[in-house]
Design a protein around this ligand. Structure first.
Ligand code: TEU
Ligand code: CA
Length: 562
């Protein structure tokens, strides 16, 4: 297996709008990030991935870009950007930017031109079709509720938008469009950035003819994923991008790819494929979705989590590299979802971190995860800001009369705004995020959960993450060792080993708030004792017998076998 810096790195994801406001307008910004770089350096992360900071009308908080060459006004200037980048590099860290090229904003100059007339030179930069039998060109659903098509009066045709109406899909079949994207990528890479996280990059190639999807709902719409995820020309396009742009720089790339299997991931990120370095898969974040989809929330099962994570570990081993994440700006907070955000918040946050960071792959920490930030439960829909949530509400409650309380409950569990409340820096006004009223309310638990309190407490979650990161830096086994699930049938414990040369480490994670016992399985019969490398409870001895280990609520242990 090739050694690479991006395999050894730990990535920290910043959602700039909610990270730190430096100028008192209630919105996080680039100078706010620069102010907090020492904090990130103290945590020990190597790479910072910043969600989109380009000019945008913010229908989807920057994922709707109106100018790829400008910084969003609320976030600062190009000069602020250059200073931030220089300060990141000065601290030995690297910067990965978001690349959003499946769609632009409808306010992007290309789209403004494109919608003007059928023979405009930019017409074909987007996906335009005439209606069919007085309806949309096909029956595809948008990710953000309703049809994926919007009628445009000027030319009497519809344009495709897999996301919001203000996010028209780009037409990657057009060579000029692809060239323009590559040129824009070079602009940022030539400024010295260190890579891209590529938004829904596996959606850029649509099946020609844009066929109707099967199994329409009562309104006639259906999920068309099979016609736009991992489409016919996607690998050709990414290989072209690699040849034209990526291969000329020492960078890291990660594709955001919903609806991928390990087999697909090897095609995107295989060591010999000349495409991307790794992808984000979504199988583990789909475990609490019922037959009705994301908002039909069901309890997830530990046995499923073992199956999914292990399958990704086994199938990618030696072929492609895993990315490891439990939350991001689109997902609920991991401690609320997979741990216990009340009685055992600290223990379970540390356990989840151990579980994730000791697997093979590049770990991603989402802002606030390192202090155990939790989901939020706003009592009114008015307090939410996310376009996905508001479209859902309009469709289900306003238009279809569904029970608002039930939907609000699902939003409390799964809504993207759970991850977007302001970073909790201290117990002061607005959690130290801003001197003004923040664009979205602070989670009321900021008085107990905040960075200042974490830094002051040697046993905090923050300090545990620091230790985990150091463990990775000091032990190549943590990066490159081979993964093996063990004690598969254990109902409470997720257990696995990592092996490199003659060294074997054992990771034990109790996923529940009760004591449980682990007994050594026969494949480890030749080991009797272990050295404790890390644990989330205070332990007196440095060595322990591994025949039978009793684990406290949410206890996690990392043991080097002897
Ligand atoms: O997300 C793409 C995506 O498919 C999901 O994670 C999506 O946000 C979720 O399923 C909605 O339920 C990316 C970005 O991460 C997200 O923030 C953007 O809204 C989206 O693309 C459009 O750019
Ligand atoms: Ca600001």
């Amino acid at each position: 297996m090739q050694h690479q810096w991006w395999k050894e790195a730990v990535v920290y994801q910043i959602y700039p709008r909610s990270f730190k406001d430096s100028n008192g307008d209630g919105i996080g910004d680039l100078n706010g990030i620069t102010e907090k770089l020492d904090y990130l350096q103290e945590l020990g992360v190597d790479v910072i991935w910043i969600c989109p900071i380009y000019a945008s009308p913010n229908d989807d908080n920057g994922y709707d870009i109106s100018n790829y060459y400008e910084i969003m006004k609320e976030f600062g200037t190009l000069q602020d950007f250059e200073r931030m980048l220089a300060e990141i590099h000065k601290r030995g860290m690297r910067l990965v930017m978001d690349l959003v090229v499946n769609h632009t904003s409808d306010e992007h100059a290309w789209f403004v031109e494109s919608r003007k007339s059928k023979d405009n030179p930019y017409r074909d930069f987007y996906i335009w079709r005439p209606g069919k039998n007085g309806r949309e060109p096909n029956n595809w659903l948008s990710y953000f509720s309703g049809s994926a098509w919007q009628f445009d009066e000027t030319t009497g045709e519809y344009y495709l938008h897999l996301f919001s109406r203000k996010q028209p899909d780009l037409n990657w079949e057009n060579d000029q469009l692809r060239k323009a994207v590559y040129e824009m990528m070079r602009f940022w890479l030539d400024k010295g950035i260190d890579g891209f996280r590529m938004d829904v990059i596996n959606h850029i190639s649509k099946v020609p003819g844009l066929p109707d999807a099967p199994n329409p709902n009562s309104q006639g719409y259906a999920w068309g994923g099979e016609f736009f995820a991992n489409g016919p020309r996607v690998h050709e396009f990414i290989q072209e991008m690699n040849r034209e742009v990526l291969s000329h720089y020492d960078i890291m790339t990660v594709g955001e790819t919903g609806a991928v299997t390990p087999h697909d991931a090897i095609l995107y990120a295989g060591e010999d494929r000349h495409e991307l370095n790794m992808v984000f898969q979504f199988e583990h974040t789909d475990l609490d979705a019922g037959p009705g989809g994301k908002w039909d929330v069901v309890p997830w099962k530990l046995s499923d989590l073992k199956e999914v994570m292990s399958r990704w570990q086994y199938e990618l081993y030696g072929k492609a590299w895993n990315s490891l994440y439990l939350n991001n700006h689109d997902q609920p907070r991991s401690v609320s979802r997979f741990g216990d955000d009340k009685k055992y918040r600290v223990e379970s946050a540390k356990m989840l971190a151990t579980f994730l960071h000791l697997q093979q792959g590049t770990p991603y920490i989402y802002q606030g995860e390192e202090i155990g930030m939790t989901n939020v439960a706003f009592s009114s829909i008015e307090d939410y800001r996310d376009v996905e949530i508001h479209n859902l509400w309009r469709e289900r409650v306003i238009e279809s009369g569904e029970d608002p309380e039930r939907l609000l409950q699902a939003i409390h569990q799964k809504g993207r705004d759970n991850a977007r409340t302001p970073m909790q820096w201290n117990a002061g006004e607005n959690a130290g995020f801003s001197t003004a009223k923040p664009w979205i309310q602070v989670n009321p638990n900021y008085r107990e959960i905040n960075v200042e309190a974490e830094l002051a407490n040697p046993n905090s979650i923050f300090h545990y993450y620091q230790q985990l990161i150091q463990l990775r830096k000091q032990n190549p086994l943590v990066v490159y060792g081979r993964y093996q699930l063990i004690s598969e049938e254990h109902p409470d414990i997720y257990a696995y080993t990592r092996t490199m040369n003659e060294n074997v480490w054992l990771v034990l994670c109790n996923f529940y708030g009760r004591e449980t016992v682990w007994e050594k399985p026969k494949e480890l019969a030749s080991y009797q004792i272990a050295e404790l490398k890390l644990g989330n409870y205070p332990i007196q001895s440095t060595h322990l017998s591994i025949d039978r280990i009793s684990l406290r609520p949410y206890e996690a242990l990392v043991l080097a076998l002897q």
